[in-house]
Write a protein that binds this ligand. Structure first.
Ligand SMILES: [Cu+2]
Length: 168
């Protein structure tokens, strides 16, 4: 009976790749860093998470880097002439007592020049640099394309969205 219970627990853990994980930097919490599985020839990926700032002072995310990609940039999506376009931003403000979501169709950390394809079930380190809280390394979990994040905003990986970045 004990063995059966344990194997069920293992099975559940395996079936839930997006099991919550979070990291602290000063007052900030970086909740559930994740990325989406991509085809092996994808030129770029993106990392998502939620930044929670329960503190009394605002902070700012200034940048990111990872050994997994040649370059990591902070991006957001803006509406322009009825289209959603990605745009690089120098920093993302995290106001006091608030949360800022990085998610498909919104803020994200863009990863250019991936050293290996992003495969569901693996994870990779990403260092985030904050103005006040400093640097913190988080583990980004790669989730399958059919994960529970599907349907949340626009699919960031649509090829047309990345047209702007070809020359960078
Ligand atoms: Cu982007």
């Amino acid at each position: 009976m004990l063995i059966r219970t344990l194997s069920l627990a293992a099975l559940l853990a395996f079936a839930l790749p997006s099991f919550a994980h979070d990291y602290k930097a000063g007052d900030l919490t970086i909740d559930h860093p994740w990325s989406r599985e991509l085809p092996p020839n994808a030129p770029a990926g993106a990392a998502y998470f939620t930044l929670k700032n329960p503190g009394a002072a605002a902070d700012r995310l200034l940048g990111a880097n990872t050994p997994r990609a040649q370059k990591a940039e902070l991006h957001t999506h803006v509406h322009q002439n009825g289209l959603m376009k990605m745009q690089r931003v120098a920093a993302v403000e995290i106001p006091a007592k608030s949360e800022v979501a990085f998610q498909p169709g919104g803020n994200h950390v863009m990863l250019f020049g991936l050293s290996q394809p992003l495969k569901a079930g693996e994870q990779f380190p990403l260092t985030l640099e904050f103005e006040k809280a400093g640097k913190v390394e988080v583990q980004v979990k790669v989730e399958g394309a059919d994960g529970h994040h599907m349907g949340q905003g626009m699919d960031h990986q649509m090829p047309m969205e990345h047209g702007d970045h070809q020359g960078h």
